[in-house]
Design a protein around this ligand. Structure first.
Ligand code: ATP
Ligand code: MG
Length: 387
């Protein structure tokens, strides 16, 4: 991959998170390459490319079954909105490019012979599990406050300690998070929550005061403390829904929709978290029954049980799984009789009556009072109509 760019007369290195993760022995996901070729030049080298951010110098290259984000060496000149550089300048030198990167452990370059170029002592920091800003921390967070959230996230993913000067600069500039797009903060907080060392990330979130500048979290300190005290040290959330469900629970927020709307999450996500909280509530009152398992589905039911388990509450994994396995139907579309069958067989007309009958069929099937067979269902409907 690098060879091809070099053969064309340019410099090219692996950079970013994939180098960091490879050095840590972790699985790598997206592979970033930095090079001296300009986007148009990169596109001439590879037959299959997709423009994903030409103005920032990035093209996606599809090569031997992989995707590579190939970005021209660049600097970021003037930051006006604390988030995006108002201008990026392409440069021909690797060093300039590495300087703009956020943390020393994200500022490695790896050449084609697997030699690590480490201009900021990142290897030392990697070894000591330290997160340190590249250059003057204060300047770097002023340029782009999202780096504060990224830093908290990396500490949670990697179990790294944030270096003192870096951390105090995070505290000093936490208020700039108000200027960061909520979607981007969400992505970082979401990754933080799902990370193995999320408690460490949350502790830093509290200590840095970053939470004060995030939607609906202004007065959340005691609530986070309770959440940390309640959940075991080694507990890890198994999905984003579960994590945010727990957050809403500990924050004591009943109205999920406005909260998550402010965080600009998708409607689907809001609905799922809402369901999780509804299940949680019902489980505080009673055991789940067939109708619950049918309505909410196995996956969400089990996510709630996991959370309950972490909280030291009684759990019902096996019962819920058995109920699910024995349900007559798992979805409406599995019902063997449709509305049009009822209309044809029993001379019914479309309308609310028919809808009500279909609902009754569904309820009886789920309750196990009716078998999912044509004659049985038609008999049931005839009886209902006579009654
Ligand atoms: P992940 O594992 O989430 O992909 P990553 O470190 O690869 O982590 P990316 O967002 O993929 O993060 O960015 C790739 C690289 O670009 C980073 O490693 C870092 O060098 C640089 N980078 C990304 N965002 C910023 C930023 N806000 N400020 C400075 N450098 C950044
Ligand atoms: Mg990455």
């Amino acid at each position: 991959m690098l060879e091809k760019i070099k053969k064309a007369g340019f410099e090219a290195y692996f950079v970013g998170g994939s180098v960091r993760d490879a050095l840590l022995g972790k699985a790598i996901h997206d592979i970033d390459i930095a090079c001296s070729s300009y986007p148009a030049e990169t596109k001439n080298i590879f037959p299959r490319t997709i423009d994903i951010g030409i103005e920032h110098g990035t093209v996606l290259v599809l090569e031997n079954g992989h995707e590579y984000e190939v970005t021209t060496f660049r600097t970021e000149d003037v930051y006006v909105d604390y988030r995006r550089p108002s201008r990026v300048s392409f440069v021909r030198s690797l060093e300039e490019d590495l300087k703009r990167r956020d943390f020393t452990i994200n500022a490695f370059a790896l050449d084609e012979e697997s030699y690590v170029i480490d201009k900021f002592n990142g290897l030392e920091d990697l070894k000591n599990k330290i997160l340190r800003a590249v250059g003057e921390p204060s300047e770097r967070f002023k340029e782009d406050a999202l780096r504060i959230m990224r830093g908290l996230r990396f500490s949670a993913c990697l179990n790294f300690t944030i270096e003192e000067k870096t951390f105090s600069a995070m505290q000093d500039h936490a208020e700039l998070l108000e200027k960061i797009s909520v979607e981007r903060s969400f992505i970082e907080l979401d990754k933080l929550l799902q990370a193995p060392f999320w408690k460490q990330g949350i502790r830093y979130l509290m200590l840095s005061h970053a939470y004060q500048y995030l939607p609906f979290l202004q007065d959340s300190l005691i609530k986070w403390e309770k959440m940390l005290a309640d959940l075991p040290e080694d507990f890890v959330f198994s999905s984003s829904e579960q994590a945010w469900g727990a957050v809403l629970l500990y924050l004591g927020i009943d109205k999920t929709a406005p909260f998550l709307k402010k965080w600009k999450t998708s409607n689907d996500f809001q609905k799922t978290v809402e369901k999780m909280l509804a299940i949680y509530k019902l489980r505080q009152e009673r055991k789940a029954d067939k109708a619950d398992v049918y309505r909410y589905g196995l996956h969400l039911m089990l996510l709630v049980e996991e959370l309950r388990q972490a909280q030291g509450l009684t759990v019902d994994f096996e019962r819920i799984k058995t109920i699910h396995a024995n349900l007559t139907i798992h979805h409406k579309h599995e019902i063997v009789i449709k509305g049009r069958d009822l209309m044809a067989e029993l001379q019914l007309k479309p309308g609310p009556e028919l809808g009500k009958l279909l609902n009754q069929i569904e309820e009886h099937l789920v309750a196990g009072h009716l078998v999912n067979e044509r004659t049985a269902i038609l008999d049931f409907v005839r009886k209902e109509l006579e009654a």
